[in-house]
Design a protein around this ligand. Structure first.
Ligand code: FES
Ligand SMILES: [Fe+2]
Length: 352
């Protein structure tokens, strides 16, 4: 499957990069991630240039990774800097990838490294500003295509059915407002005077029966989503709301699997470490036991088929996901020098 190459993907949370090599596949390419003794985050193709051993089973020595099989050493640029068996030559040079750390994450550029401009990394600076006691983050390896995971966040009506005792309750009765601006899609649920979801109720005075709440998701290609939500007792000013500010970021592993990075911050009880832990635990449980298995099942049902070839029924709840899919398909087609529609693109018109 074609992926968008010339863009930034999250490879890891920054604190996952250590002197212990980390093997992860991105866009079907096996990569080894590590941090040098100088603190520099690096990414190399996870394949030694000598006999193609996995570099990720090697070790970090100073600024280099040493192959465990015969001891060649490579720096973060993939240059061979040590050969215990003779003179150094660059015949086995390793492909390297540009890594840039920002917003608590290590971002990787899988395409043309000459185009890797750090200014193109989405502004998620709110993550870096959050105090530790109001910040949590997680990671799941998801058994489904990354666009299925994107659909999941861009259509939150699923929460009413998949998460009825936690996050769900009001999305289906509320028509989302979808706007498209350039290569971005925003989806906004504005819920007025409804019983709060069980999770939102925790942010309200006990016994609050009616609440106003809002949820906004902003999507940008390839799969970065910023989600804000908040709640007040019905009729109160939103400025009094208890709100959270989150990211959901998908990086394709293969056509049928995804690295799912998520994080949350909040504007209330920011010093409460126990609340922080409870929120993180609940979210980890929901994603791991409800969303991920559902999406894994979708992927199994779809097999290797192209999503649009299966002719999915489209409803108005699909408007946000379909718009995002169209933009991404256009960007991928443009990167491959194909600016015209082809059969793999989503239909232009739907009843969404
Ligand atoms: S396979 Fe890596 S040094 Fe031989
Ligand atoms: Fe969900």
């Amino acid at each position: 499957m074609a992926f968008l190459k010339n863009t930034w993907y999250v490879a890891a949370w920054s604190d996952e990069l250590t002197s212990q090599p980390l093997a992860r596949t991105f866009l079907d390419e096996p990569v080894v991630l590590f941090r040098t003794d100088q603190g520099v985050g690096c990414a190399l193709r996870d394949r030694c240039g000598h006999r193609f051993a996995k570099l990720s089973v090697g070790k970090i020595t100073g600024s280099a990774i040493e192959c465990r099989y015969h001891g060649l050493r490579f720096d973060g640029n993939g240059t061979c800097i040590g050969n215990p068996h003779g003179p150094i030559n660059q015949a086995g040079r390793i492909r390297s990838y540009v890594v840039h750390e920002a917003h608590r994450a290590a971002w990787i550029w899988m395409g043309d490294s000459g185009l890797a401009d750090p200014n193109l990394i989405p502004d998620l600076s709110f993550l870096g500003k959050a105090p530790e006691s109001a910040f949590s983050r997680g990671y799941i390896r998801g058994r489904g295509n990354y666009e299925l995971f994107t659909d999941n966040i861009l259509d939150l009506s699923h929460a009413d059915f998949l998460h009825p005792t936690t996050l769900g309750g009001n999305f289906t009765r509320t028509r989302a407002k979808v706007t498209e601006d350039g290569d971005r899609v925003a989806i906004h649920w504005n819920i007025v005077g409804e019983p709060p979801s069980p999770f939102a109720a925790n942010r309200l005075p006990p016994g609050t029966l009616s609440a106003d709440s809002w949820t906004e998701v902003e999507w940008s290609a390839p799969a970065v989503m910023v989600l804000r939500n908040g709640v007040v007792a019905a009729g109160e000013a939103r400025s009094n709301g208890k709100s959270s500010h989150n990211v959901h970021i998908m990086t394709p592993e293969t056509a049928g699997s995804t690295h799912y990075f998520y994080a949350a911050t909040r504007n209330y009880d920011v010093g409460d470490l126990q609340l922080n832990a409870r929120i993180a635990q609940m979210r980890d449980r929901i994603f791991a036991t409800e969303d991920e298995p559902m999406i894994a099942g979708q992927q199994t049902s779809m097999g290797d088929a192209n999503f649009w070839d299966l002719k999915p029924a489209l409803m108005r709840i699909d408007e946000g996901p379909v718009r995002a899919r169209r933009i991404l398909a256009r960007l991928i087609a443009a990167e491959h020098g194909n600016t015209s529609d082809d059969a793999s693109l989503p239909p232009r018109d739907s009843d969404a």
